[in-house]
Design a binder for this molecule. Sequence first.
Ligand code: 6GU
Length: 247
Amino acid sequence: MDFHILTLLPEMVENALETSVLGRAVEEGIIRINAVNIRDFSAEKHHKVDDYPYGGGAGMLMQAQPVYDAWKSITDRTGKDVRCIYMTPQGRVFSQQMAKEFALEEELIFLCGRYEGVDERVLEEIVTDEVSIGDYVLTGGELPAMVMIDAISRMIPGVLHNEESAEGDSFGDGLLEYPQYSRPEIWNGKAVPKILLSGDHAKVDAWRREQSLIRTADRRPDLLESAHVSPKEKAFIENYLANKKDR
Ligand code: 6GU
């Protein structure tokens, strides 16, 4: 997968994405990070990329021309049907499901805004998807693009190695992950749940599933509506919540 990132801060993106698991995936040739500096495409003699908003108001806007030409430098090579994702708090809120869908593409373009935004006309011309990473405001689209690229990359076959498998992930089946424990068996006076030491894999699996159900019911009940939960598990949750209320 080729990730193209249109940004005024290419080093920020490159440094973060060439570290750890994603850095290894880059070295293994599974993903490529192509950070394109929008400023390099300014047609203005001082490489200016921003100007005042018509109609007045606070701050500056990114101008259409450098953004468009930076985008075109990519699509001249890849073709124009590559999805171009604009990072904005006005977009659809990013989810694990979206990460899985984007992971099926061969190329993706991320447009990261700075300042108060981007001239609407270039957005109309090039953007196919507007995505937000949550209901709060950041100073630019770079961190959101990095968040998306991380989540998308780990859905690409070969990026995670066996020991980091995406199998038991929170949200994998729409539930939160169960609690986990490592050595020592007793730490700070607290023992590891006995069942995990039993060696009975079926029992361990059943316990973990129950813990996932309980955690989700306690912490994110909103997720249960679209989670993959059997009628028996639904009954288990009802029972758990009823007993909890009694206490
Ligand atoms: Cl995608 N961009 C910015 N600037 N702020 C955000 C965001 C994106 N998602 C949440 N806050």
